[in-house]
Ligand binder design. Sequence first.
Ligand code: HSE
Length: 435
Amino acid sequence: MSSKSIGVGLLGLGVVGSGVVQILRDRAQVLERHYDFQLDVRRIAVRNVGKSRSIDIPAGMLTDDASSVVQDPDVQIVVEVIGGLEPARTLSLAALEAGKDVVTANKALIAEHGGELFRTAHENNAGLAFEASVCGGIPIVRSLTQGLSANGIDSLYGILNGTTNYILTRMSDEGGTYEEILQTAQELGFAEADPTMDVDGTDAAQKLSILCRLAFGTDVPYSQILTEGIDKITSLDIGYARELGYAIKLLGIARDAGAHIEARVHPTLVSTDTLLANIKDEFNAVEVVGDTAGPQVYYGRGAGSLPTASAIVSDLIEQADRRSSGRQQLSRSLVDVRTGTPTPKDRIRTSYYCRFTVQDCPGVLAEIAHIFSEYTISIATVIQQGRSEVEGGTVPLIMTTHEAGEADMQRAVDLIGELPTVKETPQVLRIESFT
Ligand code: HSE
C-alpha cells in the first residue's frame, strides 16, 4: 500500500531531537506496516549548522532559521525541542496559527502558556501534543486524557523529577555530597541545563500544574503551587527518617478539594513499605486515584534522550493518524478549563518530622512538648540518641507528630526556634501516608 507522506520539522537537535530522528529511522518499516502514512523529517532548525553531530543528517536539511521550518509548506507537524519560553512560544503559536500540529517536550512552555497555546490550537483545528513534557517516557498524559477518561480524578501524587530522585537515592544509599551527586546527574544528561529548577522544585511544580489541568480540568498556575526543594535535606535527616521507617522523596501532590485544588511540591517522608519510597535513581512514578478505576501507578524513566523521544514519537504518530483520517485535532477538555487557586498553605493538614538542634540539658524536651501542646499538636515519636561530648553542647532531637494544621505547626516551630536552648533553625518536613 502506498502511504501518505507527512512532513515533520524539528526545532532543535540536541539529545532529545537526535533521539526522535533515531527512533523514526529505526522504526520506519514498522510504522509503515501499521499506518497509512509515513513520517518524513524534512527540515531541522539548529543553532549551529556546521557543528559535528552524533547522527547523520542529509545535506540541506539543517537550517539556523527556525521560522523557515515553521513556514515550510512541506512541514505539517512541528516538533519543538528547543526548550525555554522564547522563541519556543512564538514559533509554536506561528505553527498552530498556520494549522500545523505541534509536538513539544517543553513543560515550562505548557505550564506557563498552556491556555494561550491550547486555545490557538483549537481555533485553528491544529493539534498540540505534550506527552514528553511530563515524566519523559511514561504515558501519563495519554493515561489521564484517554485511559482514565471515564473517571473523576480524586488525587495524584508522585515523583515527577528524576534529578532530585537521583540525588536523594544516592545520598541515602551511598552517601556522598550533594554537589558531587548533582554533577553526576548533569553528566548523565537528566538534570536541566540550569539544575536550580530541578533542585528547587520548579520543574516538578510545572509538571504538577500540567497534571492538574488534565486530571481536574483546572489551570493551577505553577507559580502559585507551594514549592519547596531538596536543598535543605541533609544526610542526617535521611538517616533519622530511615530509622523511623521512612524514605525522603521530593513529591508532587494534588487533590481535588472542591473549592480549591490542593497542590504542593516538597520533600516528603513516605513509609519505606510504599512503592514510592522504593522508586530509585532518576526514575519517576505517579499514583493516580480515579473514582471508578481506583488507584493506578505509572512508573518509568522520566528523563533522558530515548525515553523523552519515545513520548514525542508517540505524539507524532497520534497527530499524523488524526491528520490523515481528518479527525478533530484537540480535545475540548484541554481548552475549557477553570482557573484555580491552590488550597492556601495554612489549610494543609499533615503529619510532620522535626529535627531540633538543642542544648543537651534537662527540661528542653518538656519546653518543646509544652509549645506543641499549646497548639494542640500531638507528638507521635521522639528520638534523642547519644549525649553531647562537651558540657553544654548540642544534640539532635527528632520528633514526629500526628496530623496537625500547617499554620499551627508553623507558629509552634517558630516559637520553638526562639527558645534559648534551641541552637539552629529547626528542620521541618511533611510526612504523608496517602490513605
Ligand atoms: N530535568 C527533568 C528531571 C527531566 O530531572 O526529571 C525533564 O523534565
